[in-house]
Each structure stands twice: as C-alpha cells, then as structure tokens.
Design a protein around this ligand. Structure first.
Ligand code: 5GP
Ligand code: MG
Length: 188
C-alpha cells in the first residue's frame, strides 16, 4: 500500500466544500429522468455519454428513464491533467453505432465555456441523427464563451471548480458520491 498517496487523497478530500449531497443529486436525476421519459415517449433514444466525467451521471440517469433506450459513449480529452477546460481537445472515443436517423441525447457532466460541447455537437450532427438534445448535470452559465445550452440541466453552479460524482481533479476523486467545490479557483 502506498500510504503517501492515501494521505494526499485524504488531505485533499478534507479540504473540499460540500455543494450537492448525493440525496439532492439523486432527487434531481429522478426528475430529469421523468422529463426525458415524457419527452421521448414512443421513441428509442440513443443516449451518448461524454467520457469520462458523465459516466456516473449517465449510469444513474438511464435507470430513471423508462424507454427502450440504447447507450454509447464519445470521448473528448483536454490537454493536461489539471483543472483546465478543453480549449483544444482531442477525440478519444467515438460511438460504435450509426447515429443516422436516431434521436440522440448527449449526456455531459458540466458545461463551462461550451467549447467541448460545440466540438461534440459538430461530431454528432455529422452523423445525421434525426434529433440531438443535450443533458448536462451541471452548468456554469457565467463562464460561457460560445452559445451552447442544455435542453435538460441538473444544477447551475457558481464559478468554482467542482469535483465528485464523476467529475475529476487530475483524474482523481470521480468516485466521491457527492459534489464538492475546490474553492474559488480558475477553471479555464
Ligand atoms: P467547456 O468546454 O464547457 O469549457 O468544458 C467542459 C469540460 O471541462 C467538462 O466536460 C469537464 O470535463 C471540464 N470542466 C469544466 N469545469 C469543470 C469543473 O468545475 N470541474 C471539473 N472536474 N471539470 C470541469
Ligand atoms: Mg467532460
């Protein structure tokens, strides 16, 4: 066991400030699932999660959607490993199924500047889906640089870096069940 890594992890977690406890997230995810179920009634949507941050949210969300849905994933990686958003991004994974004629619901962890989603939406639309909607757990509307908005949005968050429930800091802390702020740091 690397006790040094464990103590760094524990010290970081001890400094975090609770923003949304998992009970609150669960209740909001249930509402979003009910809305999506009602809106897509009669359809078999293709729900595409954005790796890696949206994995936890997607796993909970789809269990609140009562439809014959399919899931797939798309991956976008920003340079570096820290707390920056993706101004320059590389595609790390593409959906395995054809998007043509499908009702696609893109599921993202957080919209910050909007650059990531602008890129992702371009890729998705190139696949000629019948429709594309966006569901984001978190939104920082005050940080937007490009006009991207979610059709389904969980919570607005202040201009602070958030971690937990899939959201990382340097690839760690995605496993925390609640959502925390790291402090009033720059996330761009
Ligand atoms: P955007 O392109 O909208 O600026 O950035 C979106 C991506 O940046 C998100 O999908 C997420 O990966 C990352 N990001 C933006 N803000 C935060 C944040 O507060 N915490 C974490 N963990 N990631 C963030
Ligand atoms: Mg992301």
């Amino acid at each position: 066991m690397d006790t040094d890594k464990t103590s760094v992890y524990n010290a970081f977690v001890a400094e975090l400030k609770l923003l949304f406890p998992h009970e609150e997230i669960e209740a909001r995810v249930r509402q979003l699932g009910a809305e999506i179920t009602a809106d897509y009634r009669g359809a078999d949507p293709l729900i595409i999660g954005v790796l890696k941050g949206a994995v936890i949210f997607l796993a909970d969300l789809i269990r609140q959607i009562d439809l014959p849905l399919e899931i797939d994933f798309i991956g976008l990686s920003s340079y570096g490993d820290g707390t920056s958003s993706c101004g320059e991004a590389i595609v790390t994974a593409c959906p395995a199924v054809s998007l043509k004629g499908r009702h696609v619901l893109l599921v993202e962890d957080i919209i910050d500047t909007g650059y990531c989603l602008e890129t992702l939406l371009k890729i998705i639309k190139a696949g000629e889906p019948a429709s594309v909607k966006l569901c984001a757990l978190l939104d920082k509307p005050g940080r937007r640089q490009v006009p991207v908005s979610a059709d389904y949005s969980g919570f607005n968050v202040p201009d602070a870096f958030v971690v937990g429930y899939g959201l990382d800091c340097g690839q760690r802390y995605r496993n925390l069940p609640d959502i925390y702020t790291l402090g009033e740091s720059e996330s761009g």
